[in-house]
Design a protein around this ligand. Structure first.
Ligand code: HEM
Length: 510
């Protein structure tokens, strides 16, 4: 080994293939494809002189190195990707014309799991929701199901998202995440009570991505061939079961690795233990939306009691061989929809339809959809053109529409959007049925005794760090309003007078 055993095995594309021991080797080239003669020593003016500008290899190597980083995602910057496939096990044609839901249809997928708040390569033991985003490369274009592990969200209106992320991200002065700022913000957002309860439960620290469920959070719309639509919430159910880290386990795991979630997923896939998730859907007819004491299109709510129908199974079976080209450059977007799957009127989802594709233009450049990880399996035929690094390969003179000339593109009437009946005027008002606390209480009471104990430890740990008494009392009153036992235990743990919190809670409206 280490000795050149065989020289000049073959010439491919102008390159010599050499074999060193058992390993084939290839000649290194510059970016123009020409061979590199010396990659160890810069060209210099004699033994003592300065480096020469004519050393294209040195200059090019430094130029490319200087440009290696792209902007990290503004949220969900730390992530882990894997390839796999989705097999439909039921036929959903009664609900949607999307062909990926015809029984036995196999659709390739790419999944990116992520944490939300840490910057790129952040620690994976952090308490946070986890992203669970899936790109389905369907026969009708790409559909992205960009969800989380938890089934709801903190807020219900996209207008609040940048403020919420600013409060959750590190303090702009100290660059450290501060519970004082986090709870200052959330004390103004009573609808966050259920999500905070879930994030501070052990579901906020999953033991592995394989043992984690996922959710669309929002309702989407499924539209069938007749143009009838229903509202649909999707969920991923892990066939590996669910497992989370308990508070005392977190420092032990973090002491050994900051990447336990990535390592676990990749080790399992490399060992041939391919993780699987069942996809289920809950469906509501438009005429039933008003039959609840909450608004089913409010992202802070689950749909209790609505049956879950299994629609298929996803298996992840391949670790990408280039992290940057796949996991970093993948562009998941709630706006990537296909005929038969549409956005609902959920006010969070409506904002997301704009935000993702907008940020991806900034993060990856105008032609990011042409990158191999983002490119649909079906041809992309339209008159969007040019821009930096364009490789669309579009041909012909007709780059406008409509036209009657050779090469003209036409619309498909089957792909037209469904129609939503509307009344009223434009407005800027919160939704009518807020029901801010009840589901948080239901979740608390459904936890086992040990999980409830852990929730009190996790949440009181951060609440104790809040110095502003109004912020603290308001937060405690929200948890008390959700469930008196929950509020009492938290008040005791942080050393606040329970009577006072009980009075504040009693004054709150659902
Ligand atoms: C109005 C509310 C929201 C806004 C404006 C927003 C915005 C963003 C932005 C700008 C990114 C970075 C995308 C990129 O650079 O490729 C992102 C990533 C992400 N968001 Fe949101 N988000 C919102 C709510 C949500 C909700 C409710 C969920 C869960 C259902 C969610 C799940 C995700 C996931 C999973 C990613 C990472 C996608 C990936 O792996 O590439 N977001 N979000």
């Amino acid at each position: 080994m280490g000795r050149v055993a065989l020289c000049t095995l073959a010439a491919t594309g102008g390159l010599l293939l050499l074999a060193q021991g058992a390993y084939a080797q290839q000649v290194m080239t510059k970016d123009n494809g020409a061979a590199v003669g010396d990659n160890q020593n810069s060209q210099t003016a004699g033994p003592n002189g300065p480096t020469l500008l004519q050393d294209v290899q040195l200059v090019q190597k430094l130029q490319r190195f200087d440009r290696e980083r792209i902007p990290e995602r503004v949220v969900h910057a730390t992530g882990t990707g894997a390839h796999g496939s989705f097999v439909a096990t039921d036929d959903l044609s009664d609900l949607t014309k999307a062909k990926l839901f015809s029984r036995n249809t196999v659709t390739p997928v790419f999944v990116r799991f992520s944490t939300v708040i840490p910057s790129r390569s952040g620690t994976e033991t952090v308490r946070d929701p986890r992203g669970f985003a899936t790109k389905f490369y369907t026969q009708e274009g790409n559909w992205d199901l960009v969800g989380n592990n938890l089934p709801i969200f903190f807020i219900r209106d996209a207008m609040k998202f940048p403020d919420m992320i600013h409060a959750l991200k590190p303090d702009p002065v100290t660059n450290v995440q501060e519970p004082e700022r986090v709870f200052d913000f959330f004390s103004h957002i009573p609808e966050s009570t259920q999500m905070l309860t879930r994030v501070y439960s052990n579901y906020g620290t999953p033991a592995s991505y394989r043992q984690m469920n996922g959710s669309s959070v929002h309702a989407l719309k499924l539209v069938n061939a007749r143009g009838d639509y229903v509202y649909a919430k999707f969920a991923w159910k892990s066939q590996q079961g669910e497992r989370n880290l308990r508070p005392q386990e977190i420092p032990l795991v973090q002491g050994k690795t900051t990447s336990h979630l990535t390592t676990d997923l990749y080790d399992a896939i490399k060992a041939g233990k391919f993780p699987k998730w069942d996809l289920t859907v809950q469906v509501l007819r438009p005429q039933d939306l008003n039959k609840f004491d909450f608004d089913p299109l409010d992202a802070t709510k689950i749909w209790p009691g609505i049956p879950e129908r299994k629609v298929g199974t996803m298996t992840l079976g391949r670790v990408p061989d280039n992290f940057f080209e796949s996991t970093e450059q993948v562009a998941m977007a709630p706006g990537n929809l296909i005929p038969g799957i549409e956005a609902s009127e959920d006010r969070m989802l409506q904002g997301r339809l704009f935000s993702y594709i907008d940020t991806q233009h900034h993060r990856l450049g105008a032609n990011f959809q042409s990158l191999p990880i983002n490119r649909p399996l079906v041809p992309v035929l339209n008159n969007n053109q040019d821009g930096a690094a364009n490789i669309s390969g579009r041909k012909g003179s007709v780059n406008y529409q409509p036209s009657r000339l050779e090469g003209a593109l036409v619309e498909d009437p089957q792909a037209r959007s469904s129609q939503l009946p509307l009344t009223g005027t434009t407005q800027q008002q919160r939704i009518a049925k807020t029901l801010n606390f009840r589901q948080a209480g239901d979740f608390y009471r459904a936890l086992g005794a040990q999980d409830r104990d852990d929730l009190i430890v996790n949440l009181s740990g951060d609440l104790k760090r809040v110095k502003n008494q109004d912020t603290l009392n308001t937060m405690l009153s929200y948890f008390w309003k959700a469930d008196a036992d929950y509020g009492k235990r938290l008040a005791k743990a942080v050393g606040v007078d329970g009577e006072r919190i009980a009075r504040l809670a009693a004054a709150l409206q659902e």
